[in-house]
Ligand binder design. Structure first.
Ligand code: DGL
Length: 296
């Protein structure tokens, strides 16, 4: 009986989305799991008037330790899903997907799939802003294995600020700790201290540390315990929100396609109940999601 009720509940969320919202053209926001909600929260503060469709690929998260090919394939499947659901503009609010899949999707797949649609990432806008934060020109980047291995931040920051030195530190345990709700426990203290110490051992002049994974803002309090107070800690949410506002202003043809009813829908490839229980800590308020299946 309870299961029957849950199926009906999920069906009604989907029905609402696909029927009532079917004429809408929301902005798509994608993450491997919950992390993109930290970005969406900031986007909604700045641009609440648009419709948004969030997708967390929770069934296949985390992406951080997966190969280039796998992250590319999963991300492409999700981008196609957004396109089928009337999104003309999709933001990969996931550094790992931005690092490993975005360029190929932009340069190869879009032309075949939907040349008039756009997929944007979070690495370029963040890299373009970094110069306004650092004085010492020594920046620390905390990210997943995948993002660090791709060297995307080193490459993007060097394009705009050749005098900035980027020190990277991969933190492979941080996303699993956060996804398993252990980010305030003693296990988190251990792994956060380990990586902060390692990052700071690379240079004594780092004055700015970037949280280059959209999950990491949840570890801010723990990171602050181990990071000297004169080093500033940057999260990406506001930077990405500003960059989206700027993009929409510079591309009126795209802006017109994005509908404005302030309706926000949330989908997950795993359990909607788990998503709703977990999402609040990332998003700041409760959400009701629908379970969806992504076609390969
Ligand atoms: N939130 C994603 C990012 O920004 C990574 C999480 C994962 O490992 O799946 O990199």
């Amino acid at each position: 009986m309870e299961n029957g009720f849950l199926i009906l509940e999920s069906f009604s969320v989907l029905y609402h989305y696909f029927c009532v919202m079917s004429v809408k053209q929301p902005i798509g926001i994608f993450d491997s799991g919950y992390g993109g909600l930290t970005v969406m929260k900031e986007i909604l503060k700045k641009l609440p008037q648009y419709d948004y469709l969030y997708l967390g690929d929770n069934a296949r998260a985390p992406y951080g330790n997966r190969s280039f090919d796998t992250v590319y394939q999963y991300t492409l499947e999700c981008v196609k899903w957004f396109f089928k659901n009337h999104c003309h503009l999709v933001i990969l609010a996931c550094n790992t997907a931005s690092a490993k899949a975005l360029r190929t999707i932009q340069q190869k797949d879009l032309e075949m799939l939907a040349p008039e649609k756009r997929v944007l990432g979070v690495i370029r806008p963040t890299s373009e802003m970094i110069g306004s934060f650092t004085q010492t020109k020594q920046v620390g980047v905390l990210a997943t294995n995948g993002t660090v291995q791709s060297d995307s931040y080193v490459i993007e920051i060097e394009k705009k600020y050749p005098d900035i030195v980027v020190h990277q530190e991969a933190c492979p345990m941080w996303v699993p700790l956060i996804e398993n709700n252990e980010h305030t426990g003693p296990g988190a203290d251990y792994f956060v201290k380990k990586h902060i110490d390692s990052l700071l051992s690379k240079s004594g002049d780092i004055d700015t540390v970037l949280l280059a994974c959209t999950h990491y803002p949840l570890l801010t309090n723990t990171i602050r315990k181990f990071l000297p107070s004169d080093i500033q800690l940057l999260s990406q949410g506001e930077i990405v929100a500003d960059s989206l506002a700027d993009y929409l202003q510079r591309h009126p043809e795209m802006e017109k396609k994005c509908t404005k009813n302030a309706e926000y829908a949330f989908c997950t490839t795993d359990s909607a109940i788990d998503f709703d229980n977990h999402a609040r800590i990332f998003f700041g308020e409760s959400v009701r999601s629908a379970h969806v299946i992504i076609a390969p």
